[in-house]
Design a protein around this ligand. Structure first.
Ligand SMILES: Cc1ncc(C[n+]2csc(CCOP(=O)(O)OP(=O)(O)O)c2C)c(N)n1
Ligand SMILES: [Mg+2]
Length: 567
């Protein structure tokens, strides 16, 4: 941003430039490539100026989805996406994306237009270059920049503006050498080791070094939801299908950019051994030692530290024995869990269940696609059935468990795919409730003709399939005829018509054959967005399908853990 933007009185003949153009140029100078937003006074001019400079402006239907999209661009590209909003309500809507980005540790810059300029806001405005740095250095996150309305229209002398140089990528930090040595010796002494790969590893592009470590040392690994694909899900050492057992009985766990938050059950018993040794690798010092006292802490860039560990095992080679009891126990569990979900998937009764739906989706899923997902059962069961083969190709409700992120994320992924590898598909798997949060973004998808495939897994409601027997003590159900149950949505809603309303393709499917056929057609047609509305059994649950009973609140930590009940 400019260091000075006032016209020097003596220099009135010099070429003038508007504040809006200065903002746009400053964004360009910071290598910002995408701006998502909803225009209004005073930010319309900024959007126009950005477009003029070749920055992609994507007009969304709600600032909330715009902020989700901008943060996903930040995660996918490593440069912050910008969300452009009007002040007041626009900014309030964007707060959802800012909170979500902070929880996910994804870079994001929100630019809001405010109404009046005064010294104070001018001070904040001068801090714009820092915003880029703060969003991507250390633990990434959201930043807000406030731009006064009269700044957008003011004419300033071109010569009085000095743009800041493009903020460099974050410096790569390495862990202390002695700590790396200690970590390697703790791993060597492990009887039941486990690597946990988080989305921090994905963001740090640590895929090559972590994969080498897995293969060279023959270690079992488990991805967190968005850590999926850093090492492919179909890798022989992936123990996702025995997730609970792996966490519960491991004696040494190496965390690569994965926090011990609710997703990993806080690292505490009974989900873990009380004396499990954690080796915690994280970019953020404040994260180290959260909830448990780690055996070793490695503060640094995940990729650089993975390389440091690898060097230790290059110096003195070591392999975890593939014939160990631990591997045998894990393999047995994986086999029985895989057989259980296969059986559910092969059920031919109608309406379909989640497993049958995801089985057929997985059959046709392009290996290189972006997978976006949200919902409760839809996301949780989908995650276990749908495979990721590439890093940074899964985007979901994330650390915050936010519903409504999916369509913004899908739009961001489609734009990045378009620029990087045209033809790459984006498949967005939505629960019917989750879809409703940002459903009007179908118009955005159609307006920009993004060939996204949206799958709405429709059970007529919010996480319908809980076990009524378990809940009857806690929940008093009213007569559904007179009082609509809070979790019910309108039955048999034709969500596909939201897509056809804007010129995309819509399908309403009720059988596996219809699902197979519509998927095939949508995958063949790379020119148009489409939505497949997949009707499933409203009471479809794990229990109804023969798995152990659960008593789950909506999107609980347990839902991440479909194999837990069988351990
Ligand atoms: C912003 C936000 N509001 C509400 C919730 C609570 N919640 C959790 S999952 C969910 C919807 C689940 O239903 P659906 O998307 O239809 O998936 P299903 O489990 O039915 O497959 C809701 C509303 C949330 N996580 N985030
Ligand atoms: Mg639902």
């Amino acid at each position: 941003m400019p260091e000075s933007h006032f016209v020097a009185p003596s220099d009135r003949s010099a070429e003038q430039v508007s504040g809006a153009k200065v903002v746009a140029q400053a964004l360009k100078a910071q290598d910002v490539r995408y701006v998502f937003g909803v225009v209004g006074i005073p930010v319309t001019e900024i959007a126009l100026a950005a477009q003029e400079l070749g920055i992609r402006y994507i007009g969304m239907r709600n600032e909330q989805a715009a902020s989700y999209a901008a943060s996903a661009v930040g995660y996918l590209t490593g440069r912050p996406g910008v969300c452009l909003v009007v002040s007041g309500p626009g900014l309030i809507h964007a707060l959802a994306g800012m909170a979500n980005a902070n929880m996910n540790c994804w870079p994001l810059i929100v630019i809001g237009g405010s109404s009046e300029r005064n010294q104070e806001t001018m001070g904040a405005f001068q801090e714009f270059p820092q915003a880029v740095r703060i969003s991507i250095y250390g633990r990434p996150g959201a930043c807000y920049v406030d731009i006064p309305a009269d700044f957008v229209t003011v004419q300033v002398n071109v010569n009085s503006i000095k743009y800041k140089e493009c903020c460099m990528p974050p410096p790569v930090t390495m862990a202390e050498a002695s700590a790396v040595c200690l970590a390697a010796s703790v791993i060597r002494s492990a009887k039941q080791p486990l690597l946990v790969i988080g989305k921090g590893a994905a963001y740090a592009h640590a895929e090559e070094n972590i994969r080498k470590l897995v293969e060279q040392c023959k270690l079992p690994f488990l991805p967190t939801p968005m850590g999926k694909g850093v090492v492919p899900d179909n890798h022989a050492n992936c123990v996702s299908a025995a997730r609970s057992r792996a966490l519960q009985f491991a004696d040494v766990i190496v965390l690569f950019g994965a926090r011990l938050n609710w997703i990993l059950h806080f690292g505490l018993p009974p989900r873990y051994q009380p004396d499990v040794k954690f080796i915690q690798i994280d970019i953020c010092a404040e994260e180290l030692g959260n909830n448990v006292k780690p055996a070793v802490t490695l503060l640094g860039d995940i990729n650089a530290v993975a390389k440091q560990l690898l060097e230790q095992f290059d110096k003195i080679p070591w392999q975890y024995p593939p014939e160990s009891k631990w591997w045998k126990r894990l393999r047995e569990k994986m086999k029985s869990n895989e057989a259980a979900s296969k059986e559910l998937a092969s059920k031919i009764s109608l309406p379909m269940n989640y497993y049958t739906v995801f089985y057929h989706v997985q059959e046709q899923l392009p290996k290189d696609c972006f997978l976006v997902s949200e919902g409760a059962n839809t996301m949780d069961i989908g995650r276990t059935m749908l495979q990721n083969y590439l890093p940074r190709h899964r985007l979901d409700a994330g650390t915050f468990g936010t519903m409504g992120v999916g369509l913004g994320f899908a739009i961001a992924a489609a734009l990045v795919a378009k620029d990087r590898s045209p033809g790459q598909r984006v498949i967005c798997v939505e629960g019917d409730s989750a879809f409703g949060f940002s459903g009007m973004e179908m118009e955005t998808i159609c307006r920009y003709n993004l060939p996204i495939i949206v799958l709405v897994v429709n059970n007529n409601g919010v996480y319908q399939g809980f076990d009524a027997d378990t809940w009857k003590e806690i929940v008093k159900f009213q007569d559904p005829v007179t009082v609509a149950p809070p979790m019910c949505l309108l039955p048999n809603s034709h969500y596909e018509q939201v897509m056809t309303a804007f010129g995309g393709k819509g399908y309403f499917v009720q059988t596996p054959e219809e699902l197979q056929k519509s998927l095939k057609q949508t995958l063949e047609d790379t020119t148009k967005p489409s939505l497949i509305n997949i009707m499933i059994e409203p009471q479809s649950t794990r229990k109804a399908q023969g798995l152990a009973a659960t008593s789950l609140p909506l999107i609980s930590e347990e839902t991440l853990d479909l194999d837990f009940q069988q351990c």
